[in-house]
Design a protein around this ligand. Structure first.
Ligand SMILES: CC(C)(COP(=O)(O)OP(=O)(O)OC[C@H]1O[C@@H](n2cnc3c(N)ncnc32)[C@H](O)[C@@H]1OP(=O)(O)O)[C@@H](O)C(=O)NCCC(=O)NCCS
Length: 195
């Protein structure tokens, strides 16, 4: 369906009542994207919210990847300010869907799971009448990053690369970057695509 380079997989929405998969999603997100990124409570708030989607990819009953998306709220616009005028114009003019937190377990990367999760989330955002989808690529320089995923799906870069983009988030949440430590000093780039 998504050109996934493996035989059998399920992509499904994960809610907190699905305890086994929810706990696995919490573990995967914190292990791959940064220790302390989510507490059980904060992920639960997201997973059970109407306008947030927590997706998991399941292979042989085990969760091997998790990814989120949601409708961008005005209160979150400030996060994108470092990407400049074009970014802010886009957010102010259109209804925006956000792609967040893509994490595939290392043994399962490069087989199309990230692309499948992206495709499913784009469809969900389109169904919610989002006119544009935006996503950030975390430039850790290690393993596979999400930039190639966005480019393959037709996304365009908005603004310039922002150095140390995650530093204040890392300091506020105590999030440790698996690649550069604490606080995170990785750069980020913003991508957008019309739905
Ligand atoms: C980024 C990530 C979510 C992508 O998921 P994935 O399942 O590995 O990605 P896919 O297999 O769908 O591949 C997507 C694209 O990555 C690129 N890619 C695949 N294998 C690659 C490799 N070994 N090295 C570099 N790029 C590669 C390809 O361009 C591929 O597109 P293609 O269909 O044209 O080949 C996943 O690798 C990951 O969890 N990385 C670490 C955490 C991270 O950076 N998350 C993103 C936060 S912004």
């Amino acid at each position: 369906m998504y050109g996934l380079r493996m035989s059998s997989y399920i992509i499904k929405k994960i809610r907190s009542e699905d305890k086994v998969h929810f706990e696995s999603a919490l573990f995967i997100l914190n292990e791959i994207l940064g220790e302390n990124l989510y507490s059980e409570k904060s992920l639960q708030r997201n997973a059970d919210e109407q306008d947030v989607l927590l997706l998991g990819c399941i292979i042989e009953d085990k969760l091997v990847a998790a990814a989120m998306s949601g409708i961008l709220k005005k209160s979150a616009f400030g996060l994108y300010a470092p990407f400049g005028k074009d970014a802010m114009e886009l957010l102010n003019r259109y209804r925006i869907g956000v792609l967040r937190n893509s994490a595939v377990k290392s043994d399962f990367r490069g087989r199309g799971i990230g692309a499948a999760l992206l495709s499913e989330r784009l469809q969900w955002l389109t169904n919610l009448n989002c006119e544009y989808s935006v996503g950030l690529t975390w430039l850790h320089g290690k393993t596979i990053q999400s930039d190639s995923l966005y480019k393959s799906a037709g996304f365009q870069q908005i603004g310039q690369v922002v150095p140390e983009f995650f530093k204040s988030l890392s300091e506020d949440t105590g999030m440790h970057c698996p690649y550069c430590g604490y606080p995170c000093r990785c750069s980020a780039v913003m991508y957008a695509k019309k739905n």
